[in-house]
Design a protein around this ligand. Structure first.
Ligand SMILES: [Zn+2]
Ligand SMILES: [Zn+2]
Ligand SMILES: [Zn+2]
Ligand SMILES: [Zn+2]
Length: 381
């Protein structure tokens, strides 16, 4: 038997990163069960299902697994593994953590090292148990919230982590502590890290994601000063619960409309103007004026999004807005709110209608019952 003296965190972290890289994972949150599809000798099963298959109660499964959360079960004779996890735990983040933790035991071969069917407090020495748990936790953390990727993301708190990685607040708080400790110890972003490269688009998106606190639009820009829809300066790098979508024009990668926003002409290949109607086909900041000599001075010509009324840099109107191709944001806002209210009301109407029908059916049944009783007593008399 192998002697284990201390946890090998490097190995645990590398195992998690390798699994992510092998599966070409490029965004958070990690879909943890999907990662195990290639493991032919591993089955992942819920406590409920296991209970059903083995004629047990879920309480009995908890005793069998030696844990309320989950376990990694190893059948040596067939070299087969089974990960059981408690699906009755309401918190999805906790369930995700448990599965990742047990995959850690599986990939780090803890059962095989100690020749145990189930790793539990009772089957291992306290020392072994602690080391395996630490390694499996390190694996879970590296898998669900990879440090090398987190290092590339803009400032975040435990709440952000919980949302991005779909983890419990508790786990996210611990991860954040660990993360900050790593930075204190000198851990820095490695732009050449393979995982960072895989996550490049995700990182870019996350780092340029903003929401306006007034009109609630979500947009992607580097260091914006103004909301492109309503011109508010109250913008946050953190997304709130409700988002608003303001329709605009579809643009290509150069900011050119796919169709002319005015005459709908599709033959738009180059230039700033529609060949048919002469309209601007690029939504640009229109911060320009004529000086005393009549020369046109262009202060800013920043290319804007297809729904932008204002320049995110200088707050000046855009060409699409100025030329009446986009309406005042408040009109859109009102329309969206109205249609939201309308569908809420419709849903409520439907609910009430169902209740009325149910009540009516119940009353009918009662009436039938009452008349049957009346009939019987009349027959009996
Ligand atoms: Zn464990
Ligand atoms: Zn806004
Ligand atoms: Zn046109
Ligand atoms: Zn501008």
């Amino acid at each position: 038997m192998m002697m284990i003296s201390k946890p090998n965190f490097k190995r645990a972290e590398q195992a998690a990163y390798t699994l992510l890289k092998q599966n070409h994972i490029n965004q958070l949150p990690i879909k943890v069960k999907k990662l195990t599809r290639g493991f032919k000798n591993l089955r992942i099963i819920t406590y409920s299902r296991f209970a059903e298959e083995n004629n047990m109660t879920t309480d009995e499964v908890i005793v069998f697994a030696g844990s309320e959360e989950g376990c990694c079960y190893y059948r040596k004779s067939e070299h087969k593994y089974m990960i059981l996890y408690n699906d009755l735990i309401q918190n999805e983040g906790r369930r995700r953590w448990t599965i990742a933790h047990e995959i850690g035991h599986y990939l780090l071969k803890h059962n095989e090292i100690t020749n145990k069917t189930i790793l539990s407090r009772s089957s291992l020495t306290q020392h072994e148990y602690k080391i395996f748990e630490q390694e499996a936790d390190c694996f879970a953390r590296s898998l669900l919230a990879p440090t090398s990727v987190l290092l590339a993301l803009k400032k975040f708190n435990a709440n952000d982590l919980s949302k991005w990685c779909s983890l419990s607040i508790n786990a996210s708080t611990n991860i954040l502590k660990f993360f900050n400790k790593g930075i204190d110890l000198g851990r820095r972003l490695d732009p050449n890290d393979k995982l960072v490269k895989l996550f490049r688009d995700y990182i870019f998106k996350k780092n340029t994601e903003y929401q306006c606190l007034r009109c609630k639009v979500v947009f992607y820009r580097t260091s914006p000063s103004y909301c492109p829809v309503c011109r508010s300066k109250k913008i946050s790098g953190r997304l709130g619960e409700s988002h608003m979508i303001y329709e605009g024009y579809a643009l290509d990668e150069n900011g050119r409309a796919n169709r002319c926003p005015k005459c709908d002409n599709e033959e738009i290949i180059e230039g700033e103007f529609c060949k048919v109607c002469g309209e601007f086909i690029i939504n640009r900041c229109d911060n320009r004026y004529h000086d005393r000599d009549g020369d046109l001075i262009i202060e800013c010509a920043q290319v804007a999004d297809g729904n932008a009324r204002y320049c995110f840099l200088c707050g000046h109107e855009t060409t699409f807005f100025k030329n009446g191709l986009l309406q005042q944001w408040k009109i859109d806002y009102k329309d969206i709110k109205k249609s939201e209210l309308r569908s809420e009301l419709e849903a409520l109407d439907e609910e009430v209608e169902i209740e009325i029908q149910e009540e009516k059916a119940e009353r009918d049944r009662e009436r039938t019952r009452a008349s049957q009783v009346a009939l019987r007593s009349w027959l009996d008399s």
